[in-house]
Design a protein around this ligand. Structure first.
Ligand code: ATP
Length: 597
């Protein structure tokens, strides 16, 4: 049944740990058997013993009976201790299995997310994905892992108890068993509601995490615009949603226990009366002791049935979580490399856009009939109005997205034929906003080339004019930066990004120039760092500074996804077209006097 499939599919995670699983299940089964045996022994053995002690004729006979009582008590203790030991080991193993599944699930999910294409992240909110990795997996761990042993103990203990009950009085057992369909259908009904609520709660938790994540991510904007109250309100709304959903689930859980308990109470009252008649008719095995045992067993079975119904709710919750997890695991990356993907020798860095058509989604074409050839070593500045498609052009070269039609080629080879890792190794990308990881500044530079030596890192930093400010930091290259360490200024971040790109010694540079204004000294340092970076390399520059635009070998003017003009600064000014208009209205570049905010 499709409804069961998501949780059932999780068994792939149980396969590598099947030995632990089998041991835990066997021990749980044994514990269930021993527990029921202990109940059975208590009434089955002790009741006749007590009787014979009280009716013993001689002192010697009494002593023998008391001796038997001792050994029966020791045997009983052994049953109970063995059951407890088995249950303890099974419970530990169950925890281990749960944690192991959680560990594997999280790793698989994280790796899966790493492998997915950028377009996937355009469609999904980070907070929701974080929630799936953290919350949904945790639900599976508690529901499946922690309760796994109980899932075996409870039904088995019920079966053993009912078996014994049946042996004592099959008529009584069948009479009570008539209540089972009612309990079962109610449990199934409540379970279905539980799954629905759970799914909603998990979705709401995703929304809640998204609000938190977005808020923290944009905390500067929140502070600058004084959006604190508005966002607190949004958070409170989402939080309220989670609370309401959780309370509905809690109500279901709370209803299940009394419902089953009332049924057990009814069964007990019925057994007392009907059992008395059966006893009178001599139809109860072991007589009064047997009936006592029957009642104790029925209570034990009742407690297990109660557990089963609560477990059923847990399983429904896990099913909802598993579905959300498999939505990610079933996703395939849009950008795949063919089996026979190739790597090129001696890449020159010649880039061609050949009749490219591109859209992010079906709604609107972003690039139309885009043809552009950038010969080896040429630096091309891409300019145009906001939303024209400049960033999109830069995104297509490292194959962050695939073109709809046409091709992007490097040295004449369609980039879709290249090994992904190889393609990325050809380029150094300097984005507008440099992402820093919580690591040392040296490690942050080395993200460009993980196996770089300390010397290589210093050389790259020197060329990027970053060495000086790094040496002045408290621990030099070993200073922790990023969220948990020293904060860097915009200009310093840019130089880290340039050093990172330099370290890769790439053939192609993609540079999205930062728009924020810097003081003239930093500006000069970055300018010379960029000169070093661009030297002898093919470059696509989304240019925001007049000096970069003027110094580029060629300027390509993009408007509404098409190239409308291209040439040098003088040629384009002379052409008296869009470029000149943008230049004269200063829309083309950041004005030097422009302040950052
Ligand atoms: P700007 O100078 O403002 O950065 P741009 O010229 O770089 O603009 P692009 O970022 O390439 O413009 O965007 C071109 C068009 O594609 C815009 O209309 C934009 O709304 C759309 N777009 C950009 N990125 C995405 C995305 N990830 N998903 C959907 N649409 C997008």
């Amino acid at each position: 049944m499709a409804a069961k499939s998501a949780l059932w599919r999780l068994r792939e995670f149980a396969r590598p740990i099947r030995l632990a699983l089998a041991t835990a299940l066997a021990l749980s089964g044994l514990a269930a058997y021993l527990e029921i045996q202990a109940v059975w022994k208590t009434s089955g053995v002790f009741e006749p013993l007590f009787k014979s002690i009280s009716s013993a004729a001689t002192e010697a006979e009494k002593q023998t009976q008391l001796g038997e009582l001792h050994s029966a008590a020791v045997v009983l203790l052994l049953w109970i201790v063995s059951a407890a030991v088995c249950e303890a080991i099974a419970s530990y193993l169950g925890q281990w299995i749960g944690q192991k599944i959680l560990f594997d699930l999280r790793t698989r999910l994280f790796d899966k997310l790493q492998s997915l294409s950028l377009s996937y992240f355009d469609r999904h909110r980070a907070g929701d994905l974080i929630s799936r990795i953290n919350n949904d997996t945790a639900i599976i761990q508690t529901s499946v892992g922690e309760q796994l042993t109980r899932m075996v103990v409870a039904p088995l203990a019920t079966v053993f108890a009912v078996g014994r009950m049946f042996w004592t009085s099959w008529r009584l057992t069948i009479a009570i068993g008539l209540a089972i369909p009612i309990i079962a259908s109610m449990t199934l009904f409540i379970g279905r509601c539980m799954r629905r609520y759970s799914l909603r709660v998990q979705e709401k938790l995703g929304d809640l995490t998204s609000v938190t994540e977005e808020n923290l991510h944009a905390i500067r904007v929140v502070k600058v615009f004084g959006l604190e109250e508005q966002l607190s309100g949004r958070y409170a709304d989402e939080n309220q949603g989670v609370f309401r959903g959780q309370m509905k689930a809690a109500l279901l859980r709370a209803l299940t226990t009394p419902f089953v308990t009332i049924f057990i109470g009814l069964a007990l009252a019925f057994t007392l009366v009907f059992g008395g008649y059966e006893l009178a008719a001599g139809r109860v095995a072991n007589g009064a002791g047997g009936l006592m045992a029957f009642i104790l067993l029925m209570q034990a079975a009742g407690a297990q049935v109660n557990r089963i119904s609560r477990l059923h709710l847990s399983i429904q919750q896990a099913e909802a979580a598993a579905r959300r997890i498999y939505e990610i695991l079933a996703e395939m990356p849009d950008i795949a490399e063919p089996d026979d993907a190739i790597e090129l020798d001696d890449v020159r860095g010649d880039i061609t856009f050949d009749g490219v058509q591109f859209s992010y989604n079906a709604e609107r074409r972003v690039l139309e009939d885009f043809d552009l050839h950038i010969p080896t070593g040429q630096k091309v500045a891409i300019v145009g109005p906001s939303g024209a498609g400049k960033t999109t052009v830069a995104n297509l070269v490292p194959r962050l997205y695939d073109v709809d039609e046409g091709a992007v080629r490097i040295d004449g080879v369609d980039i879709r034929r290249l090994r992904n890792r190889f393609l990325k190794s050809l380029m150094g990308i300097v984005p507008q906003e440099t992402a820093l990881f919580s690591a040392t500044i040296g490690q942050n530079i080395a993200f460009g080339k993980p196996d770089a030596t300390a010397e290589e890192i210093v050389t790259a930093a020197k060329a990027a004019h970053a060495h000086e400010f790094i040496s002045a930091l408290p621990m030099g290259y070993d200073t922790e930066i990023g969220e948990r360490g020293v904060m860097l200024s915009g200009g310093q971040r840019q130089r880290v990004a340039i050093a990172r790109a330099l370290l890769r010694a790439p053939r192609i540079i993609i540079l999205d120039e930062a728009t924020s204004s810097l003081d003239s000294e930093t500006e000069a340092a970055i300018h010379s760092a960029l000169q070093t970076l661009l030297e002898d390399r093919t470059a696509i520059i989304i240019a925001h500074r007049l000096s970069t635009i003027i110094n580029a070998d060629r300027i390509v003017v993009v408007d509404k996804g098409r190239i409308v003009e291209q040439g040098t600064h003088q040629e384009l000014i002379a052409a008296n077209g869009l470029y000149r208009r943008l230049y004269e209205t200063k829309e083309l570049f950041e004005q030097d006097t422009n302040s950052a905010q």
